[in-house]
Write a protein that binds this ligand. Structure first.
Ligand SMILES: [Zn+2]
Length: 253
């Protein structure tokens, strides 16, 4: 009597085929504990990702599921901004919503890079990107735009040749920092730096938070050496949602 041929699917999608034995039916091979249960599904790039291909080196990421106010779709991990003159590395690579990554790339390419000429911009130091946490890591505060893949914190610009330029450093030329600030505030809906709330004295926070009435926050004081900042006092708690008072709206950081 001929035994039928059978196939067993295993976790990674391959199939084992062979003759069946009546006395010892073959069992699926156990899946290693750390193996993915579901194969990665190839997705069509979003329209944003298609645009980003001309601006940056990146890889698409699986969406972060909604949980506790966090979560984001159309996420990418950006490892470099592409310029005509070469790549500006992002260290470590930044996990961002594609549209935030696109604006970051445009800011670096069109706004920031020209300010460093004739020096070449070689990299930016990413202090934080996607991060499911409360604003300023304050327990009980509202979820940060970082928890939506909508924000990045930048600590420094690295120039070719090794020089590091910290945008919060008062010894960096005032005019350069002014230009960076001006362009950032024109492009992003939230910009926080020194003088904002005491949490941004050593990095610049950029995000694309959407607020009613298109309200934007640009709070980065470009100080000179010896200047005394008045910012070491954190802002009061957020107002209940639904209240429309520009003067008290709080940043998302
Ligand atoms: Zn931030």
């Amino acid at each position: 009597m001929n035994l039928p041929s059978i196939c067993l699917s295993i976790a990674v999608g391959a199939a084992l085929c062979g003759p069946a034995r009546a006395d010892a039916p073959p069992l699926p091979r156990p899946r290693p504990a750390d193996a993915p249960a579901v194969a990665v599904i190839e997705r069509e790039p979003s329209a944003c990702q298609v645009r980003l291909m001309a601006l940056a080196q990146f890889e698409p990421m699986a969406p972060r599921p909604d949980a506790g106010g966090c979560g984001a779709a159309d996420l990418v991990r950006v490892s470099a901004i592409q310029l005509a003159t070469g790549a500006v590395t992002v260290t470590p690579p930044a996990e961002l919503r594609c549209e935030m990554a696109e604006q970051l790339a445009l800011w670096i390419r069109d706004d920031a890079m020209p300010q460093f000429a004739p020096n070449m911009l070689a990299g930016i130091e990413n202090y934080d990107s996607y991060d499911c946490r409360a604003r300023n890591r304050v327990k009980g505060a509202r979820i940060s735009e970082h928890g939506k893949g909508n924000a990045i914190d930048i600590r420094a610009f690295d120039l070719a040749g090794g020089k590091v330029v910290r945008p919060t450093d008062v010894t960096v030329p005032h005019a350069l920092r002014d230009k960076l600030r001006e362009a950032a505030c024109a492009r992003f809906t939230t910009v926080l730096g020194p003088g904002s709330d005491g949490y941004h004295e050593a990095h610049i926070h950029l995000d694309l938070a959407e607020r009613h009435n298109g309200y934007r926050i640009c709070h980065w004081e470009v100080n000179d050496p010896g200047a005394v900042t008045v910012a070491a006092i954190p802002l009061p708690p957020a107002r209940p949602s639904g209240l429309n008072d520009k003067s008290t709206e709080l940043p998302s950081k």
